[in-house]
Ligand binder design. Sequence first.
Ligand SMILES: NC(=O)C1=CN([C@@H]2O[C@H](COP(=O)(O)OP(=O)(O)OC[C@H]3O[C@@H](n4cnc5c(N)ncnc54)[C@H](OP(=O)(O)O)[C@@H]3O)[C@@H](O)[C@H]2O)C=CC1
Ligand SMILES: CC(=O)N[C@@H](CCC(=O)OP(=O)(O)O)C(=O)O
Length: 310
Amino acid sequence: MSAKIFIDGEHGTTGLQIRTRMAGRRDVQLLSIPEAERRNAAMREDLLNSADIAILCLPDDASREAVSMLSGNNRVRIIDTSTAYRVAEDWAYGFAEMDAAQADRIRSARCVANPGCYPTGAIGLIRPLRAAGLLPDGYPVTVNAVSGYTGGGKQMIAQMEDQSREDAISANNFLYGLTLKHKHVPEMKVHGLLDRAPLFSPSVGRFAQGMIVQVPLFLEDLKDGATLESVHAALVAHYQGQDIVTVVPLADSSALARIDAEELAGQDTMKLFVFGTPGGAHVNLVALLDNLGKGASGAAVQNMDLMLSA
Ligand SMILES: NC(=O)C1=CN([C@@H]2O[C@H](COP(=O)(O)OP(=O)(O)OC[C@H]3O[C@@H](n4cnc5c(N)ncnc54)[C@H](OP(=O)(O)O)[C@@H]3O)[C@@H](O)[C@H]2O)C=CC1
Ligand SMILES: CC(=O)N[C@@H](CCC(=O)OP(=O)(O)O)C(=O)O
């Protein structure tokens, strides 16, 4: 029997991409709400409660409302793509590759919080080094990133694509989150196993999908004797046997002159790189992904598949 899936927010950016990924699948039956009724609370409540898995692709407040519409109905499992539950202890964090037990946690969870796009890159780079003891307590981690503008949802897509709007954005590349209080910092800290909050500076470029997340490190401040090669080896060991998150061999990355933020647009994988010079003082850890792929919709479908395999 096929599993019933309702995507609350199916007409938004993340929801649409999840729907596209499910097209043609016979193991799932999509329950759908007409676009004109997308904010009809009674209809949403009915569909939410009729699903086997509800995937919430809504702003944080609307996600909390949807979860309250399901209170008392433990039969329905939830995947939430918003920021609302990512550090909640009774929710499983939906980053299957973050440690060896996480895929099983997701498989058996009732409630799964899909990671933020930037944290997917940052945690993917940082957590294995913390777990291996290479990145010491107190290290001042910084995270710099550029995202495609679809990361800002329908509103930012319109602001970037329609220059006749009053609130149009004309910049081709801009920094934001200038107060350094971005909503992704808490999940980077918790799931990155950091004892200090990272300093996170995001930016957006005039391209629809794609993302680069950078974590530069001073080798002399890592565990004694850490090198470009040992940092790379720790990431390779962590992601051994994974096919969605992969670590680019040093021989390949050392031959690169540049990284294209759009390289993985339209794909659900993430590539990790370690840049630097053998014997040098610094390394730059880089994650390359699609903000709507492994950064959102691709991860949501991956989590749904794990839950369906329980
Ligand atoms: N875009 C991305 O790359 C990523 C997004 N996310 C997260 O996914 C979630 C959805 O984001 P995104 O798809 O980008 O946003 P969009 O604005 O593109 O889509 C959100 C959808 O939710 C609908 N909606 C808003 N409020 C309500 C409500 N109260 N009741 C019912 N429907 C409502 C919107 O309808 P309307 O058109 O009427 O506003 C819209 O269809 C957010 O929490 C976001 O932070 C996570 C990772 C990456
Ligand atoms: C470019 C852009 O605006 N990006 C979004 C994050 C996209 C994302 O990961 O969304 P959630 O964490 O909300 O799920 C932002 O910075 O708020």
